[in-house]
Design a protein around this ligand. Structure first.
Ligand code: S3P
Length: 190
């Protein structure tokens, strides 16, 4: 049976791409598209943490607190970064952890999905699975997180703006930015 995919002549992905960005930036949405284009697995760090804990992220925060969640997140990120190259959507706080950030810098390529406040607000509105946005005013929380996190996210290897564009367009721009950073074309499926 011929199961060869119809790919372009670029290089296969050699390192995991870690998607960094605030809640609502589109890490899963763009990540899935990138993974499909590059024909590699898409891995969601939050889902892996939930699998390991047997609890949802909201339940972990509620039962054990944020510190416990961050410890689990650090362990899971470290494990995932040792695996085969994939597109890895990190939780919004993962890149803020110095140890995880160091591991990402050593072993992966980081891509920051940079979004304006209004984009983040509209994409997170009406969803209740993110404990940090379930208390207080989400706009204020996100604004504060932008202030503290964006200077650190800016350390990512590649930054791509995400807003009202169609996700396929953003994913195509992300791919282009990655190829530019890597200095070579990547093997992609149409
Ligand atoms: C968090 C982001 C969430 C999740 C947790 C904490 C954060 O992931 O890890 O609720 O600190 O920004 P997403 O960015 O995928 O929503």
């Amino acid at each position: 049976m011929n199961d060869q995919r119809d790919t372009s002549p670029g290089q296969p992905l050699a390192k995991t791409i870690v998607l960094v960005g605030l809640m609502g930036a589109g890490k899963s949405c763009i990540g899935r598209r990138l993974a499909a284009r590059l024909d590699v697995p898409f891995v969601d760090a939050d889902a892996e943490i939930e699998k390991a804990a047997g609890l949802t992220v909201a339940e972990i925060f509620e039962k054990y607190g944020e510190g416990y969640f961050r410890d689990g997140e650090r362990r899971v990120m470290s494990r995932l970064l040792q695996g085969a190259p994939c597109i890895l959507a990190a939780g919004g706080g993962a890149f803020m952890d110095a140890e995880t950030r160091k591991l990402i810098k050593e072993q992966a390529v980081s891509l920051w999905l940079r979004a304006e406040l209004d984009t983040l607000i509209s994409r997170t509105k009406g969803r209740s699975h993110r404990p940090l946005l379930n208390t207080g005013d989400p706009r204020e929380t996100l604004q504060q997180l932008m202030q503290t996190r964006y200077p650190v996210y800016a350390e990512a290897d590649v930054a791509v703006d995400t807003g009202a564009d169609n996700p396929n367009v953003t994913a195509a721009r992300a791919l282009e930015a990655l190829e530019q950073h890597l200095g070579q074309p990547l093997a992609t499926t149409p």
